[in-house]
Write a protein that binds this ligand. Structure first.
Ligand code: GDP
Length: 365
């Protein structure tokens, strides 16, 4: 499964946010087969469409889809040169598929800031620079090898060398590898390098309790938003403390609590949704009277692969997928009604599944 890693300097609120994630997850954990590492938190992906489908179908049970966050504590200045436990943390970041960088945007005299004052841009740059330096080392090492092979007219090396050079230029300008604008084919060539800064990143601005309802008033959040916009990255504003407090509440209580604070949607829910889409994930549904369920797939996956997410037999014996878009199903109120209106399609092996598709797989056993 794909996972998003939570990084940030000490004392920015990572553990608080991660506690909220694990508590919310513990409450929702209804799959007994997963063995979860202590630093991995599983959350259910909030999706209003699942509630609506449950209303329409009235199944015995409803199962949301889940998503994982990995807590990567402990990055500090100098991590790329092995300071502290630096390299170990970088190795953990290598294993995640997207990065959520928590940035301290709250003031609190009682909580020390590692560099003395709250300055989110300095903080972001400390972390980003460590990641860039680590990548530079990987790229330099690789260039040294590949250049030799390219001289001996090794075909693959001759393809790889200019890509590495492109990356080197970007990293030397202290920009992340994702700014190098590589084509999908070029990315494939350098995949084995497992670069840190090629992973998609979003920023999580952690604000204080009294600012979360209107974060636009917070000057630090503004700074982060400007910085992120220049990179084309997204910013989610949360109050980690509030998220931790409400993580054990039932949905209804949670909504009430948030409404009292003037918050439309919990920051954690926004973070889950944003990370999910950052990873290129989407959701399809199965909707029978036994069970209405959401399933995670990668955008671009075809119907047989999506069937394989449920069971490998479904993929092996795939015949076709009866497909209706969620919006059509809701509009017509039931699958037979949608069918009558010609909205239920029989899709074959080449069908690229869309977010919100409600599917029924037909397969040979
Ligand atoms: P970490 O080192 O990044 O994991 O940071 P922690 O989650 O341990 O938080 C450091 C301190 O900041 C703790 O005392 C938290 O209670 C406090 N803290 C975290 N989030 C907030 C917040 O949103 N508002 C305020 N006022 N304090 C917070």
């Amino acid at each position: 499964a794909l996972t998003a890693g939570i990084v940030g300097l000490p004392n920015v609120g990572k553990s608080t946010l991660f506690n909220a994630i694990t508590k919310a997850g513990a409450l929702a954990a209804n799959y007994p087969f997963a063995t979860i590492e202590p630093n991995v938190g599983s959350v259910t992906v909030p999706d209003e469409r699942l509630d609506k489908l449950t209303e329409l179908v009235v199944p015995k049970k409803t199962v949301p889809t889940t998503f994982e966050f990995t807590d990567i504590a402990g990055i500090v200045k100098g991590a790329s040169t092995g300071e502290g436990l630096g390299n170990k943390f970088l190795a953990h970041i290598r294993e995640v598929d997207a990065i959520c960088q928590v940035v301290r945007c709250f003031e609190d005299e009682n909580i020390t800031h590692v560099s003395g004052t709250v300055n989110p841009i300095d903080d972001i740059e400390v972390i980003n620079l460590e990641l860039i330096l680590a990548d530079m080392e990987s790229v330099d090492k690789r260039i040294a090898r590949v250049a030799k092979m390219a001289k001996q007219k090794d075909k693959e090396a001759m393809v790889e060398e200019p890509i590495l050079q492109k990356l080197k230029d970007v990293l030397e300008a202290e920009k992340p590898a994702r700014a190098a604008d590589l084509s999908d084919d070029e990315k494939k060539v350098i995949k084995g390098l497992h670069l840190l800064t090629i992973k998609p990143m979003l920023y999580v601005a952690n604000v204080s309790e009294d600012e979360v309802a209107d974060p636009s008033e917070n000057k630090y959040v503004k700074m982060v938003q400007e910085y992120a916009a220049a990179e084309g990255a997204q910013v989610i504003t949360v109050c980690a403390k509030i998220e931790e407090e409400i993580s054990e509440l039932e949905d209804d209580e949670k909504k009430e609590f948030l409404a009292e604070l003037g918050i439309a949607e919990s920051g954690l829910d926004q973070l889950i949704k944003a990370s999910y889409s950052l990873l290129g994930l989407a959701t399809y549904f199965t909707a029978g009277v036994q069970e209405v369920r959401a399933w995670t797939f990668r955008k671009g996956m075809k119907a047989p692969q999506c069937a394989g997410i449920i069971h490998s037999d479904f993929e092996r014996g795939f015949i076709r997928a009866e497909t209706v878009a969620y919006t059509d199903l809701v509009e017509y109120g039931s699958k037979p009604a949608a069918k009558e209106a010609g909205r239920v399609r029989a899709e074959g092996k080449e069908y690229v599944v869309q977010d919100g598709d409600v599917l029924e797989f037909l397969f040979n056993v």
